[in-house]
Each structure stands twice: as C-alpha cells, then as structure tokens.
Design a protein around this ligand. Structure first.
Ligand SMILES: C[S@@+](CC[C@H](N)C(=O)[O-])C[C@H]1O[C@@H](n2cnc3c(N)ncnc32)[C@H](O)[C@@H]1O
Length: 204
C-alpha cells in the first residue's frame, strides 16, 4: 500500500486521511511524501498512542484521533483516503478456530464471517469522505471479496479498479483459521497463501 500510494503521486500537497491507522505507518508515509495535512483515525487507544509516538519519532505532523472511520467524514473532505482495515473472516464462535494468544487485539484483524464488517460500510460511505477529484486507496485480501468491494464502490458512483496485487504466505491468524476457511469454501483446500490487492476508487 505504501509503495502503491507513492506510485500514484496523490499524497504530495493534498489533504490525506488514514482510516484504521494502527501503527500509523501509512499516515507517516503520506506525511513524508509531502501531504499538505494528514489526519489518522483509529478506534483503539493503544493504536492512537502508538501512531502518535511513531509520527513524533519520524519527525512528521499527523493529527491522530481516537475515532471510528464511520465519523471521519465529519473532518473531511479529503483529497486522498487510505485504509488498511480489518478484513480477516472469523467464525461466529472464536473457539472454532482459535488464534494464538500473543497475536494482538482481534479489533485489528477480525471482520465477521465474510471479512466485510468494515469493508461494506466503508465502501458505501467512501464518497462522503472525498472532495472533488478525491481518491480512495483501499487494501484487502482476496478472501473477503474483491468483486464485492468493486461493486459497492461503483454503486456509489466512484470509478473503482484494482491497481496492485501481491501474493503473501499466511500469517499466524490465517494459519489458525485455514481449516475453517476451507470448510466455508472461501479457501481452496491446501492453499496457504493469499493475494492482497489495492483498490483505487476515484470521484469521476
Ligand atoms: C489492519 S490494522 C491497520 C494497520 C495499519 N493501517 C497498517 O497499514 O499497518 C486495522 C486497524 O483498524 C482499527 N480499527 C478497527 N475497527 C475500526 C473502526 N471501526 N474505526 C477505526 N479503526 C478501526 C484497529 O484498531 C487496527 O488498528
């Protein structure tokens, strides 16, 4: 996502929002690239503290807010919106496919049985976040429905397409969920890699 953002040339001189900022890595990169302003949002107080510390250590200005992506539009509009949301499918009963205890907060990765708990409302609300000629860059896995995101974004009137793809090996969460994902038909039996993609959605 960071490399893709740099390739688009959309951060310099623009108002950037990073939704679900986590460590702040994308917000910090946008600031480094010369964004006019960067506002970062995360529900987690620990993530907000971490992102503030990381921005200060990097010597860049990022306005980090403990706030849901759902209310970020009130601080807009933005020229560029970045989002690497939670998108890992999870069973209703966590005991069906428990993840290792030291893996970090589920808020950072779990996104309901289809992985779309954040993606669906985010795609539907994308135009509210964007100014004239604004752009959303969104990261997700193939395992939570690429076409569903493209359809949802296009239904709002945005022009949306996949602009980057990368195969990666499963991390610890997907490794723990692999059998369950196979049983739901979301994962071909025996595969332990996933494709991550970046969607670009533009105000026409
Ligand atoms: C995959 S992590 C993001 C990592 C970071 N953006 C990056 O690129 O490395 C997802 C983040 O979304 C946050 N989050 C989950 N639900 C949220 C919501 N409704 N509004 C804002 N942030 C949320 C979590 O606290 C977590 O920090």
């Amino acid at each position: 996502m960071a490399a893709t953002m740099a390739t688009t040339g959309l951060a310099p001189g623009n108002r950037v929002a990073d939704l679900c900022t986590g460590s702040g890595v994308l917000a910090i990169e946008a600031a480094r690239l010369g964004a006019e302003s960067v506002t970062a949002f995360d529900l987690s107080g620990e993530a907000v503290a971490c992102a503030r510390t990381n921005a200060a250590a990097a010597g860049v200005v990022v306005d980090v807010r403990q706030e849901s992506f759902r209310t970020a539009a009130l601080s807009g509009p933005f020229d560029l919106v970045l989002c690497n949301p939670p998108y890992v499918p999870c069973p209703e009963d966590p005991e069906v496919a428990p993840v290792p205890a030291n893996i970090g907060p589920a808020l950072a990765y779990d996104a309901g049985p289809d992985g779309r708990l954040v993606l669906d409302p985010l795609c539907a609300a994308a135009p509210d976040l964007l100014g004239d000629e604004g752009t959303l860059l969104l990261v997700q896995s193939e395992l939570c429905g690429i076409d569903a995101s493209l359809r949802s974004l296009r239904a709002t009137g945005l022009k949306a397409s996949v602009i980057a793809r990368q195969w990666i090996p499963f991390g610890p969460v997907l490794t723990a969920r692999a059998r369950w994902l196979e049983s739901t038909g979301r994962l071909p039996v025996g595969r332990r890699t996933e494709q991550l993609i970046v969607i670009r959605a533009d105000v026409p």
